[in-house]
Design a protein around this ligand. Structure first.
Ligand SMILES: [Zn+2]
Ligand SMILES: [Zn+2]
Length: 460
């Protein structure tokens, strides 16, 4: 079913969680708690001696309203991760800062490289694996093979990641690695009909990787995520802060899974991301509404429609406030006008834009960030592809505080003023990247969001 409505003009934008959020018992942290979540002390910075509680609340509310056109609340639509798990505990800046495991994994000058290991080469002795790279989708009752499309370029992914984690080294993992035969495969296949094995060879080390057909029939083979994580841990070297392994095959985590797109083992500082399910040919299959991916996911009439299907009505004053005003979210929505129709002119660019968000999200876990429940944010958890594409590419104030503290303060030794400068430099570096990709909707929107945000920061 396609929800796309060509006439939608995205006039009113929703800046707070949907009516459905309340229905499922998610309570949005108050403006006071959200401010407190950004500080070292864990206290609202507006609290001064002798000040009345009501005054602090009023002032916090005013600041939150001002910020809402930049950092709206998480949408939380039916089926979204926070709707399924509304009590997921928040991780404030303070709780991240004091997290025990972090002591052994702070960034330092000797250990500040984020490695991206590029999809292993498929050697001729396991050439059957190539058949696992193209999805096939169902049209009515017929299964159709999709047009072949090269996966996003790893060089572009590395470049984007370097801009997003401005100040860190992001590099391709040196050395080659390949899929090779795994000796056990013949005897093991007898007992378990569906599961086979290949080896992932990195240097002299070969790791056993299980594979099976994807349960929904979209891919001929999918690889076991836990085995890939084991391989990534083996590959981690001394100067690596973390390692992200990129694969173009579909993945699964356990027996009951249909698929998964990415996972990080933060404590081990390794992550694996699969490009497979972000293939634009799967959009109908995944029920993607092209007209309402971020930033237009905040379109009020779109949210109303989805909540309306659950018998709910949005009752909000804040929602329409940015309808006619400027600000980063509005700027992003304006910047992608017309992209609904042209989005498939560069399907590979569209595919790439989706991967960038997952890559920086998983690397965020390697830096110790938990899933975000405070705002719409690149560190939000997602339950399905449609939700994934509704989430923004930027970090909210809480998560941005963590990144800038880790890089500007802990790694570069800057003070608070230096951290503020870092935030602006980082925004500029991502905006420059977006400029060179502005024919792709997500980057056009993100670029506009960044420029408008920089303007706000220059005024204050
Ligand atoms: Zn995550
Ligand atoms: Zn966040």
């Amino acid at each position: 079913m396609s929800r796309s409505r060509e006439t939608c003009s995205h006039e009113a934008l929703l800046l707070e969680p949907s009516a459905y959020a309340k229905e499922v018992g998610y309570s949005w942290p108050s403006s006071d708690r959200r401010l407190a979540a950004t500080t070292k002390s864990g206290r609202n910075p507006l609290i001064r001696k002798g000040q009345k509680v009501e005054d602090v609340e009023k002032l916090s509310e005013a600041i939150a309203n001002n910020l809402s056109g930049t950092f709206p609340g998480p949408l939380i639509l039916p089926g979204d991760e926070l709707a399924l798990d509304p009590k997921d505990p928040p991780q404030s800046f303070r709780s991240w800062l004091n997290e025990g495991l972090r002591k052994n994994r702070k960034l330092n000058r000797k250990c500040k490289t984020l490695y991206v290991a590029i999809a292993p080469e498929i050697t001729s002795s396991v050439s059957f694996m190539k058949a696992g790279l193209q999805p096939s989708v169902r049209k009515g009752s017929r299964v159709t093979a999709t047009k072949s499309l090269d996966p996003p370029s790893p060089e572009d992914i590395i470049k984007y990641t370097g801009a997003f984690y401005h100040g860190l080294l992001v590099e391709a993992f040196p050395g080659s690695f390949q899929f090779v035969p795994w000796d056990e495969s013949k005897k093991s296949r007898k007992s378990d009909s569906d599961t086979g094995y290949v080896g992932l060879l990195a240097g002299k080390n070969s790791t056993r990787i299980r594979y099976r057909p994807s349960p929904d029939g979209v891919f001929k083979y999918q690889l076991n995520l836990n085995d890939l994580i084991d391989a990534a841990i083996e590959m981690l070297t001394g100067d690596a802060y973390s390692l992200l392994l990129l694969v173009n095959h579909d993945m699964y985590e356990d027996e009951d899974d249909v698929f998964c797109c990415g996972r990080a083992y933060g404590a081990d500082r390794v992550a694996v991301v699969s490009t497979a399910r972000y293939h634009p040919a799967l959009d109908d299959h995944a029920n993607i509404d092209f007209a309402h991916m971020w930033p237009t996911s905040h379109c009020k009439s779109y949210v109303d429609q989805l909540c309306g299907e659950e018998g709910l009505r949005q009752d909000t004053e804040m929602a329409t406030r940015v309808a006619n005003t400027s600000g980063p979210l509005r700027a992003a929505v304006e910047a992608i006008r017309g992209f609904e129709n042209s989005a498939l002119e560069d399907p590979r660019g569209l595919w790439f834009s989706r991967i960038t968000r997952t890559v920086v999200h998983e690397l965020g876990h390697c830096l110790g960030f938990a899933h975000c429940v405070y705002y719409a944010c690149a560190m939000q958890s997602s339950s399905c592809m449609a939700e994934d594409l509704r989430q923004p590419p930027y970090l909210c104030p809480v998560c941005l505080g963590k990144v800038s503290h880790a890089i500007a303060c802990e790694l570069e030794g800057r003070d608070e003023a230096g951290k503020y400068e870092y935030v602006k430099d980082r925004y500029r570096s991502i905006a420059d990247f977006c400029d060179s990709w502005k024919h792709v909707g997500l980057f056009a929107g993100y670029g506009a969001w960044l420029r408008a945000r920089l303007e706000q920061l220059d005024i204050t």
